[in-house]
Design a binder for this molecule. Structure first.
Ligand SMILES: *[C@@H]1O[C@H](CO)[C@@H](O)[C@H](O)[C@H]1NC(C)=O
Ligand SMILES: *[C@@H]1O[C@H](CO)[C@@H](O)[C@H](O)[C@H]1NC(C)=O
Length: 349
């Protein structure tokens, strides 16, 4: 008859023998008298190699993980309990290490993003106006070996400079500076033309150095801008009289007696030597009379009735005579009906 292998089914006499052998250290530890994995912590780890099981009474010693430091002098440990459980222990003994206190760079500042310089925090570097950052903007406090360090070298703030802005044809700026500082200005002017018409400056005359090699805009253009002499048949100029019209020259028009203006009465000479908008026309046909539209009046006077309703319901004292007539007719009707009703009740009283 084969002996049963399982401990639970041991006979009393066999159990005695088994405990005896266990006491003598001749048998492996039984599964019901051991602890499993000891508790884990974000800031502590067990000292030495881990085991699969731990005997009752066996001690596990903890040490701080890299990046953490011990803040108590005692050994941190736990003991496998008789109930096969690890009694809880505090993890306050290991605190995050802090990275070195960063210093403001010259011409810049360092910003603390997380309120401290502890493991896992970030700091950010910003340069003053007129300076730019060389190096990493954000540093992280990371584990290095058993301690902590900033992820990168501190960056520095360098003075921001602009190279001279582009040269232009028919114009330029009057300085031979090799480099420009932050917010320095160059002013372009157009050359005087040897031909009959002057050069006009189109665009911004002044450029500012606003970043590292960055100017506030494109340089202007210098060229002859000349619009054709503006004539409007059956019309006359009312302002902007000139024999020649250059860039941004402005002319206004009116029509002669009996003619009506179509288009805009004011035009401007634009960079492509055309009048904008197009020159107006003076025609025989009068413009269409302004149409009666209760919708637009409803929008103008906010306290009047909704735009869809009849004008007679308007309370805003409108100046349109047709509307007033309509109101008065309505009032007359009400008076007439009231009189009729009064007479009716008088007769039958
Ligand atoms: C630190 O602050 C930054 C920016 O506010 C945030 O994105 C990051 O999650 C914070 N880190 C920690 C560890 O609190
Ligand atoms: C001239 O420039 C104006 C804008 O200023 C533009 O609307 C017009 O189309 C241009 N005309 C020609 C002929 O390029």
């Amino acid at each position: 008859m084969a002996c049963p292998q399982h401990h639970d089914s041991l006979l009393p006499s066999q159990a005695f023998l088994w405990f005896l052998l266990l006491d003598l250290g001749l048998l492996p530890s039984p599964s019901f008298a051991a602890c499993g994995d000891p508790p884990t912590f974000p800031n502590m780890e067990i000292s030495g190699p881990a085991k699969l099981t731990y005997d009752v009474g066996e001690r596990v010693v903890y040490k701080c993980k890299p990046g953490y430091q011990k803040v108590v002098s005692e050994t941190i440990f736990t003991i496998c309990g008789a109930d096969n459980n690890w009694p809880p222990i505090s993890s306050d003994a290991c605190r995050k290490r802090s990275c070195s206190t960063p210093r403001d760079p010259l011409n810049g500042q360092v910003n603390v993003l997380n309120g401290s310089y502890e493991l896992g925090t970030q700091i950010q570097f910003v340069c003053n106006n007129g300076f730019y950052l060389v190096g990493a903007e954000t540093l992280h406090c990371l584990v290095k070996g058993s301690s902590v360090e900033w992820s990168e070298e501190d960056p520095s703030c360098q003075k921001l400079l602009c190279q001279p802005p582009p040269e232009i044809t028919n114009g330029g700026y009057s300085t031979d500076q090799e480099e420009f500082e932050y917010l320095d200005v160059v002013t372009y002017t157009c050359n005087s033309n040897t031909g009959p018409d002057p050069f006009s400056l189109i665009g911004e005359a002044k450029l500012h150095c606003i970043g590292r090699n960055l100017w506030s805009g494109d340089p202007p253009e210098c060229k002859v801008v000349k619009c054709p002499y503006p004539t409007v048949p059956n019309g006359r100029q009312t302002s902007g009289f000139s024999a020649k019209h250059y860039y941004k020259s402005t002319v206004t028009f009116a029509c002669l007696e009996g003619f009506f203006l179509q288009g805009h009465n004011m035009v401007v000479c634009e960079a492509n030597s055309t009048w904008q908008p197009a020159l107006p026309r003076c025609g025989k046909e009068p413009p269409p009379p302004p149409t009666f539209r209760p919708v637009s009046r409803g929008i103008q006077s906010s306290r009047s009735a909704p735009s869809g309703s009849a004008p007679s319901s308007s309370q805003s004292g409108n100046s349109k005579s047709s509307e007033r007539l309509h109101c008065e007719r309505g009032r007359a009707w009400i008076i007439a009906v009231t009189i009729v009703l009064q007479e009716y009740s008088f007769i039958y009283a």
